[in-house]
Design a protein around this ligand. Sequence first.
Ligand code: SF4
Ligand code: SF4
Length: 186
Amino acid sequence: MKSGNLIRKVFFVEILKGLAFTLKTMLFTKPVTRRYPKVKVPALPGFRGLHALAKNEEGKIKCVGCGLCGAYCPSKCIYIYTSEGEDHAKVVDRYEIDVLRCVFCGFCVEACPFGAITLSEHYEYSNYKREDFYMTKDKLLGNWDKYFAGPKGERYFKDFWQPKSENFTGGQDQAMFSKVKVKEKK
Ligand code: SF4
Ligand code: SF4
C-alpha cells in the first residue's frame, strides 16, 4: 500500500470529508421540504398523470376504436369494445383503462394516430376503492373537460407529445419515425 493511501486510512480522511460535507449542507443549504398539500408545485409539462380521452371541436370523442393503444400498452390495461354504427362506421361503445395496472409509460399516447388518448398533469387522485381507479369512457371524457378544456389541450400536443397527430398524413407517414433520416445505401 502506498504511504499516501495508508495515511488517508489511518486518519479516516474520507470519513472526515464526508462528515464535513454533511455539516456544510446542514448549516448552509436551505431545506427543500415542501409543505404538501398546502404548498403545491405544478407538474412539469409532459407529466404523465391521469388519462383522458380527447374530444374534437364538436365535443365528440376523437377515438375511432382502432385498438393501437391497447396493442402497444405493455400492461395490457386498456380495454376497447366497438360495434358497427351507421354507414359501417366503427362506434366506440366502451373504452376502459385499469389505472392501477398502468405504468404511465405513455406508449398509448405515442401509438394513437389521432391524439385521442392523453395523459393529463393531474396526479392527485388517491382513493379508497379499486373501482375508483377503473376509468370508463365517460370518466375519461370527463377528464378531458376537466384537465384539457380550451387552450390547455392544444398546448399539450403542441409543446410536448411526439408524434404530433398532424404528422400522420398517410400510411407511409409513421410519425414515430418521421424525424429519423435513414441513409440510403450506395
Ligand atoms: S401509459 Fe403505458 S401502461 Fe398506461 S395505459 Fe398507456 S400504454 Fe398502458
Ligand atoms: S385512443 Fe387512439 S389508438 Fe386507441 S383506439 Fe382510440 S384512436 Fe385507436
